[in-house]
Design a protein around this ligand. Structure first.
Ligand code: PLP
Length: 399
């Protein structure tokens, strides 16, 4: 009798599991538009030239070593990461009111935040409906109940802003509400500047705690600093908010696990207390974060020229994706009467296509095109070479 027989076979992960099925598919035309990872127009993984440059600089340093980082990570990285989100001249940073740590990218930061909330007596968290699939198990596994506020209306492929505001108004005070800072995943629909202002006011009036997930800074407008607009506006409005940052997509550092979690507190002494609890949460989970990727980001954000290069290179990625949106929409509308306007209206890495789960399965089984069951297509995987193949297949499964 095995000691491990109580473990049942679990289902594959709805997003990452697609990579495994894709790898086993021997169709030469197969396309992976499941996981949100940027590809060049040749369909290949892309290393930003500024990252290659930073690698060279770091490798040539005599001081390079592989010692442990502290529990909170590399302090220089944390400083630069927080300035990247809140702005170099941010008052809250200058006042020492922000508790910040380096995390295992966005996912790790979310989990640390979930644990910290639980520790602080929070029982629930609100997320948009829909949201990135992993938000729900991350927060549930941290012991929080996950509740949803309305966000997107699939009928007309648009934000349901009035319903969103109404739901926010009904959330009990001091509850944490997760917001996507920009390039909402999976819908690609963000509130306008005016709508963000209203959200900020409603949350302030309701004494709610904003928690920004910033995983695509640079992929919304194509201008990385500008994409932190909503976070910075909320800070200006006086919210003591929290932010989790991922450097996976914008810096193309997916496998390096580079991220940061920060919480704005009332004053420096409160920030120190919160930081101590963050560290106590992290130490028994994974002790300390990895070094390499964080040092690449620090080298780039700590150098004016490399930062300019990064902003340009990130804009180039966003621009290729936008071109693909136009080409995909045009190809889909050729000879058909279905409306695909939402493909170009949406922003960021994903097109929330509106395909049903049955249509998605047909795409996979008949055409070896892999996207998530909710019809989310990673536009970062669409290229000039496969765009017609994808559009023909979509037309075929939707006819
Ligand atoms: N948050 C959102 C909204 C995401 O889409 C993702 C990745 O897809 C993440 C967080 C976390 O990504 P990572 O753990 O690679 O930073």
């Amino acid at each position: 009798m095995s000691n491990w027989s109580q473990y049942e076979m679990g289902p594959p992960d709805p997003i990452v599991g697609l990579n495994e099925s894709f790898a086993l598919d021997d169709n030469p035309n197969k396309v992976n538009v499941g996981v949100g990872a940027y590809r060049s127009d040749d369909g290949l993984p892309y290393v930003l030239p500024c990252v290659r440059e930073a690698e060279k600089i770091n490798m040539s340093k005599d001081t390079l070593n592989h010692e442990y980082l502290g529990i909170a990570g590399d302090p220089n990285f944390v400083k630069l990461a927080l300035e990247f989100a809140y702005g170099e001249d941010s008052g809250v940073l200058k006042e020492g009111r922000v508790a910040g740590v380096q995390t295992l990218s966005g996912t790790g930061g979310l989990r640390v935040m979930g644990e910290l909330l639980k520790k602080g007596g929070h029982k629930e968290i609100y997320v948009p409906n829909p949201t990135w699939g992993n938000h729900i198990p991350i927060m549930k596994n941290a012991g929080l109940e996950v509740k949803k506020y309305r966000y997107y209306n699939a009928e007309n492929s648009d934000l349901e802003f009035d319903n969103m505001v109404q739901d926010l108004k009904n959330i009990p005070e001091k509850t944490v509400v997760l917001l996507h800072a920009c390039a909402h995943n999976p819908t690609g629909m963000d509130p306008t500047a005016e709508q963000w202002q209203e959200i900020s006011k409603v949350m302030k009036d309701g004494n709610l705690i904003p928690f920004f997930d910033c995983a695509y800074q640079g992929f919304a407008s194509g201008n990385a600093p500008k994409d932190a607009f909503a976070i910075r506006m909320f800070v200006e409005d006086g919210h003591n908010l929290a932010t989790v940052q991922s450097f996976s997509k914008n810096f193309g550092l997916y496998g390096q696990r580079v991220g940061a979690l920060s919480i704005i507190t009332n004053d420096e002494s409160e920030a120190k207390k919160v930081l101590s609890q963050m560290k106590m949460t992290i130490r028994p989970m994974y002790s300390n974060p990895p070094k390499h990727g964080a040092q690449l980001v620090s080298t780039i954000l700590g150098d004016k020229q490399l930062t300019t290069d990064f902003i340009d290179q990130c804009a180039d990625m966003a621009s290729r994706i936008n071109d693909m949106r136009i080409q995909l929409r045009t190809a889909l509308e050729e000879g058909g009467d279905r409306n695909w306007e939402h493909i170009t209206k949406q922003i960021g890495m994903f097109a929330y296509s509106g395909l049903s789960s049955e249509e998605v399965v047909k795409l996979r089984e008949n055409h070896s095109i892999y996207c998530t069951l909710d019809g989310r297509i990673s536009m970062a995987g669409v290229t000039t070479k496969n765009v017609n193949y994808i559009s023909d297949a979509i037309k075929e499964v939707t006819k």
